[in-house]
Design a protein around this ligand. Structure first.
Ligand code: CTP
Length: 442
């Protein structure tokens, strides 16, 4: 699975460094070329010789120990890595990475690399929960660094809680998953244009995929809807709009005409598309249904309020008794209605769940007659609402299409649109008619 992949394994100074030996060995068994960089603290826990023997490569500990005069070691490693994996990662190395410090072989390599970075933290439960550590991790996530969460259990320091480095097998699974996703993306970028019947050759250097959605109209909803109680009070939800904006931007960069319908959001919408601002679920329903005939693909990332107050006070409500009961009534289910009216459109829903993620997601897909559903677990703090990252499972009627590991929402959006594009043709060599073509037949 990892044949031909070069992995730089950074080992830092925590007791879990001993587990990095098993990790190194498993990566090697999967076919990867593993180059280990140890911090000097890591060498207090485990010897260089262990990694040298397991990896069959020189182990790096000192930036100035240049053994090969023809290269600068940290740049050479940084340039040749397909992935930089840091396991275990201490609070200290995470802080240094967040601040861009480069005072040893590992942090200089990390700063110099363009490769994806995957980090497996390991530390005491209180250290892991410390706001400084969490903030540093958030900063890194925003830069696209991926994390494998530590596990809960008995820690070497005697505490029980979250902080144990993920087991080597689990980390290897993550690496393989990342590798499969990257490979599939590369394949679909090269293969899809011809599948879709596009004449245009892929231009080298563009990374492919730019024109996969050309000629298509993509309708994207983003953010949360808001239901007013009175002129100054309302009910809404935590949606930031980031996922929907990432999808809209990715669709635009893949050549689609994008219509973005945005509710409440916490960031500015992307440029280069028509943006329709809405407030309530009914507003979103009206906007989406009025654009539906023009759309080839509809991606409903919006977190839609299922209920609205029965009465909306025209004046600010005054305090009265000890209790205030606000009666709510059902809003229309936009996606369910789109499912009922579906003609040529390809429908994608999102399912934010806190439990039974797969079961609830597939139920929604069937109930709303969707082509794909993207499920995420919003009970996690490092993904989902407000975060720049997400980890999602994409399902179709027959079951799981793909699990996308924790990554930036922009990356998830691109991958999702590739999966959509792959499914647009009705059969081999055919493609779905665009809305304009359907109209021209009428
Ligand atoms: N959705 C919608 N209209 C609604 C509610 C949800 O279009 N009134 C869409 C969302 O945009 C999302 C999908 O349906 O793409 C699933 O949303 P979710 O809130 O997870 O599901 P619900 O259908 O509301 O189901 P439940 O409340 O039972 O979880």
């Amino acid at each position: 699975m990892l044949q031909g992949k070069t992995i730089v394994l950074g080992v830092t100074g925590g007791i879990a460094a001993y587990k990095a030996a098993a990790l190194c060995s498993k990566l090697k068994q999967e076919g990867a070329e593993v180059h280990v960089i140890m911090t000097s603290s890591a060498t207090q826990f485990i010897s260089e010789l262990t990694f040298q023997t397991l990896s069959r490569q020189n182990v790096y500990t000192d930036t100035f120990d240049e053994r090969d005069a023809s290269v600068v070691s940290h740049i050479h490693l940084a340039d040749h890595a397909d992935l930089v994996l840091i396991a275990p990662a201490t609070a200290n190395v995470i802080a240094k990475m967040a601040h861009g410090l480069a005072d040893d072989m590992l942090t200089t390599t990390v700063l110099a690399t363009m490769a994806p970075i995957l980090v497996a933290p390991a530390m005491n439960v209180h250290m892991y929960a410390h706001p400084a550590v969490q903030q540093n991790m958030d900063v890194l996530r925003q830069r696209g660094v991926m994390f494998i969460e530590p596990e809960e259990g008995l820690l070497a320091c005697g505490y029980t809680g979250k902080g144990r480095m993920a087991e080597p097998e689990h980390i290897v699974e993550h690496v393989k998953q990342w590798c499969a996703t990257a490979k599939e993306q590369a394949v679909s970028e090269v293969a899809l244009p011809s599948k879709l019947g596009h004449d245009a050759e892929l231009q080298p250097g563009l990374g492919g995929g730019e024109e996969l959605l050309s000629g298509r109209t993509v309708l994207v909803t983003a953010g949360g809807t808001l239901e007013r109680i009175d002129p100054v009070r309302y009910i809404t939800n935590d949606s930031s709009g980031k996922m929907g904006f990432a999808v809209a931007d990715a669709a635009r960069s893949m050549g689609a005409k994008v219509i973005l319908i945005a509710g409440q959001t916490q960031v500015a919408p992307p440029e280069g598309m028509e943006v329709i601002a809405v407030e309530s679920t009914q507003d979103m329903f009206d906007a989406v249904t009025s654009q539906y005939d023009n759309a080839d693909i509809v991606i409903m990332t919006a977190a839609v309020a299922d209920y609205r107050p029965v009465n909306r006070a025209t004046q600010k409500l005054k305090k009265t008794g000890e209790k205030l009961i606000i009666e709510l009534e059902r809003n229309p289910d936009i996606l369910e209605e789109l499912g009922k009216r579906k003609m040529h459109q390809f429908l994608v829903g999102f399912a934010a769940e806190t439990e039974h993620v797969e079961q609830y997601a597939i139920d929604k897909l069937r109930r709303k007659r969707l082509d794909l559903i993207v499920a995420n677990d919003v009970s996690r703090s490092d993904a989902g609402f407000r975060s720049d990252n997400n980890e999602v499972l994409i399902y179709e009627e027959q079951g799981l299409v793909e699990r996308i590991p924790l990554m930036a929402k922009t990356g998830i959006a691109k991958r999702l649109l590739h999966i959509v594009a792959e499914r647009l043709p009705a059969g081999s060599g055919q493609r779905m008619l665009t809305a304009e073509e359907v109209r021209s037949l009428e």
